[in-house]
Design a protein around this ligand. Structure first.
Ligand code: SAM
Ligand code: SF4
Length: 351
């Protein structure tokens, strides 16, 4: 198969046949790339960043063309699923240009899926365009349906705007999954209600445990941490949860919710190890490739990308990087270690 050219990949040397996926040292095929297209965001969620977060200088960012070229290199090397995230992916200027071009890889059969994780604030504007570009599913992060709490959690967000965005996504034909971070003393009493709302709207719900990433400016993660084992046993009092073998290629363990016909997923990096089946790597908006969300191992792809318009050098850099993918993460929330076990923010690596 030959990948069609685009302005980002005009060199004939880069129009190569798609290869089998690259396999890491533990036998895992790397078929899933998450791309943080910006570290910037229009919200300031308390568990994600401090209110006075300093963002990367614009000059350090890859251009949209460079991001596309890297995505194409990964696709050529066997990646079948791309998820754009951030920061907030939909606040990057001209992001639709990237999404439209990557969507073309679905049409040509090189990619199975192009998806996004978004805070939903811009979905009202972009839902139709996303569908037209070939996106079929979006994950929208909503931790509470109480507009006052929503403001407290996101600091700058407005629940009404996000719900309108979700509605627009639904109307455009996008399948929506809701992501909610479980936060002790904040939304723990509300998870039943969120599950009921998702059921009524036809959305799956995925709950995420707070992960110790990045300085969040005085907030204490030990205070935010709510083990999902506890949430699940509480939910089981009101709902029939049947273990499901459904997988979206992500780390969530899913259960069918009999009463609603939808699913609930649990992402529990701190109480359960999801690393054995990890098929993904993460690319930041500066061209750093992280082999694991919970480890510092990284490789720079920006320099190899910029050295030559031919992709041979960057492809070799990708292969070398994946050859060092660690077996698993070491997340710990521990008072002795402090609350932060990975220094970078989730908004840099992409959730
Ligand atoms: N801005 C988009 C959003 O909020 O969906 C995409 C980026 S955000 C970093 C991706 C996901 O990571 C969101 O669902 C967010 O709730 C989650 N997240 C951010 N910081 C986290 C943390 N420290 N622990 C667990 N989840 C976190
Ligand atoms: Fe922004 Fe998403 Fe982080 Fe919230 S979780 S601050 S919406 S990047």
């Amino acid at each position: 198969m030959t990948i069609e050219t685009s302005p980002a990949q005009s060199s004939p040397a880069n129009m190569l046949a798609q290869t089998d996926p690259v396999i890491d040292p533990f036998g895992r095929a790397i078929t899933y790339l998450r791309v943080s297209v910006t570290d910037r965001c229009d919200f300031r969620c308390v568990y994600c960043m401090s209110e006075h977060m300093s963002f990367l200088p614009k000059k350090d960012l890859l251009t949209l063309e460079e991001l596309e070229r890297l995505c194409r290199a990964f696709v050529k090397m066997g990646v079948r699923k791309l998820r754009l995230t951030g920061g907030e992916p939909l606040v990057r200027r001209n992001v639709m240009q990237l999404i439209n071009n990557l969507g073309g890889l679905i049409d040509s059969g090189h990619l199975d899926e192009l998806t996004l994780t978004t805070n939903g604030s811009q979905l009202g504007r972009f839902a139709d365009q996303l569908y037209a570009a070939g996106v079929r599913r979006v994950n929208v992060s909503i931790d509470t349906l109480d507009s006052i709490k929503f403001k407290e959690i996101t600091r700058w967000g407005r629940l009404e705007q996000v719900l309108a965005g979700v509605e627009a996504a639904k109307k455009a034909g996008l399948q929506v999954k809701i992501n909610a971070v479980a936060l002790k003393g904040v939304n723990d009493e509300e998870i039943d209600q969120m599950l009921a709302w998702c059921g009524a709207e036809g959305f799956d719900l995925t709950l995420i445990e707070v992960m110790p990433m990045g300085d969040i400016g005085g907030e204490e993660r030990l205070d935010q941490y709510l083990p999902l084992t506890l949430v699940r046993s509480r939910l089981a009092k009101n709902w029939t949860l049947e273990e499901s073998n459904h997988s979206t290629g992500g780390p969530a363990r899913y259960f069918d919710v009999k009463e609603t016909g939808q699913r609930i997923g649990f992402i529990t990096p701190l109480t359960h190890n999801f690393c054995e089946s990890c098929n993904r790597v993460r690319l930041t908006c500066t061209g750093t490739l992280y082999m694991c969300l919970g480890q510092e191992d990284a490789a720079d792809l920006r320099e190899p990308l910029r050295i030559s318009p031919d992709n041979a050098i960057v492809e070799q850099a990708i292969r070398d990087a994946i050859a060092h993918k660690p077996k698993g993460h070491d997340f710990v929330i521990d008072r002795r270690q402090g609350a932060q076990s990975v220094g970078r923010h989730m908004s840099v690596t992409g959730g």
